[in-house]
Design a protein around this ligand. Sequence first.
Ligand code: GUN
Ligand code: ZN
Length: 462
Amino acid sequence: MSTFSDTTLPHGCEAHRGTLLHFLDDPGNDPEPRPNSVAYFEDGLLVLHQGKVLAAGTASEWLPRLAATTQVTCWPDGLIVPGFIDTHVHMPQLGVMASYGTQLLDWLETYTFPHEARFSDVDWAGVEARRFADLLLCHGTTSALVFCTSHPESVDALFEAAEERGMGLTAGKVMMDRYAPANLKDTTSGSYTDSLALLKKWHRRGRQRYAITPRFAATSTPEQLALAGQLAEEYPDAMVQTHWAENTGEIKWVGELFPERTSYLDIYDHYGLLGDHTVLAHGIHINDEDRQRLADTGSRVAFCPTSNTFLGSGLFDFRAARDAGVAVGLASDVGGGTSLSMLATMAEAYKVCRLRGQTMTPWQAFYLATLGNARVLHRDEDSGNFEPGKIADFVVLDHHASPMLAMKEPYINNLSETLFNLMILGDDRAIAATVVAGQVRYLRPALPQSGTSPTHSHTQGA
Ligand code: GUN
Ligand code: ZN
């Protein structure tokens, strides 16, 4: 990791000291991570310069190289990992979380569409967008692929909130020109011109990226899907996001709406919406032919476990997707999902795998939530791990943050167990701090003193 000699360290560095963990590659899904896929420094130092990573290594190697005036923030019990990334989440659905008793189509009609209709009010959109960005940060999530609503103002509100916080989000205006209430539906041509204008305004403005966002095949006319495909062809480096094969009732309905297409995936394929910039949320009720087509086109699937169990949608086949070479991301899908926490999402992903007789190792889960998801969103050029030159987005995890985590501490024997405890028992209380581009954007309020040693942050001159 030593890429700088004493003399080449620039002025104005700062550093964070704690245990460092990040991934250099996919660790696989066996109990032992693949060689050279994990970098771990028990007493580590993350050296930053102008919001970017300069070096990640051992404190003993890097501390002596810092100028005497360098500010070093110490996290004595902190596990520093790259900021979590969420590959599918809805900004306007915070208030829809924990809505009782329905499956997908009824849930959309009863709870979700009426709530999203409120976002025609620009002030409300602004309040909710800022609330959403702050809640992502307090759950340790520094980047995400986000659905807004069909109102263009909701997209402006979200990107403005992201910019204010230095975060890089990928987001888009929902396109839906049928089977939705009048106050939520857009028009076929208006959805194209509004999406195009937003794309031109926000795509690659600083850290922001645009995603072309047809909601799902049922709420778009064939003409709207064709226009979404046209936009994807015109802007091949913009992302595309939609929902796919989540619920059996939805699949039956979509089949009736597009009788001329051979499968649900074939609809998106036909309209030019598959490719390596496409993220399809869910993909539960699918077959080997679908997986092969996903792999051949490079299309990605967002595994949304808390949503899939909460809405009773089904169990994603993680192993089959991996075996077929499909790129899979992990996602909260709030408000169908029940938590913005990627730790809680990892726990549910593990349980879904167990219900299918499969597993997800803690290495794989933490990889997915960081570098894996960055790769799915094409954000690994500048985020996902601590390689020098990447933007310094990171989370400080406190592995005895809650009474339950603290209780388990004496029984933990190795790093794999530490990670597994965090993902199974951890939640937002385990987020001691969230740092975006080198700036602390969330600092957990102090916990009451309890016998064990809670994480303190303090700054000291090195
Ligand atoms: N399918 C179409 N819209 C939605 C949505 O908002 N959430 C989920 N989970 N599935 C969808
Ligand atoms: Zn969704």
